[in-house]
Design a protein around this ligand. Sequence first.
Ligand code: PGA
Length: 253
Amino acid sequence: MRRPLIVGNWKMHKTVAQARALARALCAAMTPSNVEIVICPPFTALSAVSEELRGSEIALGAQTMHESDEGAFTGEVSPVMLHELGVSHVILGHSERRAYFGETDERVALKVRAALRHDLTPIVAVGETLEEHERGEAFARVLTQTRAAYEGLANDEIARCVTAYEPIWAIGTGKADEPSDSDALLARLREAMPALRETRLLYGGSMKGENAAALMAQPNIDGGLIGGASLAAESFHKIIDAAQTSVHQATRA
Ligand code: PGA
């Protein structure tokens, strides 16, 4: 069975002081579980949160990165810099990066390779727009993005990556996808790309304590990429609890 993974994407939220407080609250409420947890604060708070997480079960992720080790790229942050801070995961190709910062499939592919080179686990975000969804093109869009991200990689390299399906129309809208619809899309993706059969596939887009159990109960959903509900310890822990319950149910089944 694939170990559930719950990732909190804090986006452009939390000052250093607020990030420290949230990391501390998350650690204090942790109980031993089979769920892997990653939190992704903004760059400015990575160092402080890394200190807070020392000795805890929670891993540290970044929200994006540049693909070069160093260079004249004003404003960018490299995988070497992330690694030094204890970062183990990095979200790549989030729809907000694609929409507002011009990230293309080709760029995402370069970043995936760079992350693997530096022993960072890429969490590759893919997903269709509302228009694509309404035209019935969701699967085609997701397949194109996923294939592009992993183009030319060996199966054992793809196995080190996590793929997060995030329908763009579900992000931050409070309207999550029907669990069975996302499951069906991810099942097709696994069929089309056998290298993904044993790797973890996440769902993202308005995942909350209230809908997490139904999403996590789906056989092809191995976890969640969570924005809004990851910004407070209580709401994030509700999702972790739902993921933990799904582990128990799967073991009993
Ligand atoms: P949301 O964001 O949970 O606030 O919808 C998810 C994401 O963008 O990763």
